[in-house]
Design a protein. Structure first.
Length: 77
């Protein structure tokens, strides 16, 4: 599900005509976030949105409002 959400978000960015550099930055950030999720064995976007106490949350959505990406970060000691 996470991979599908990322692909849908990137497709929406392309439809909006975002610059290649912007899309590259988004894609890199989401790829790193995917690695973060994989290590924690999180497979569904909904799990990220519902679990834990997160000190930092970043959210965005497509212009048509059909897809949402939420990135939550925990504090590393």
């Amino acid at each position: 599900m996470v991979q599908y959400d990322v692909e849908a978000f990137m497709a929406a960015c392309e439809r909006k005509g975002l610059a290649a550099k912007t899309m590259g930055s988004y894609e890199q950030t989401l790829r790193l976030f995917g690695q973060f999720l994989s290590v924690r064995e999180i497979e569904r976007t909904e799990e990220v949105m519902m679990e834990g106490d997160w000190p930092l949350t970043l959210s965005t959505c497509t212009m048509d409002g059909c897809s949402r990406i939420t990135v939550r970060f925990g504090r590393v000691q």
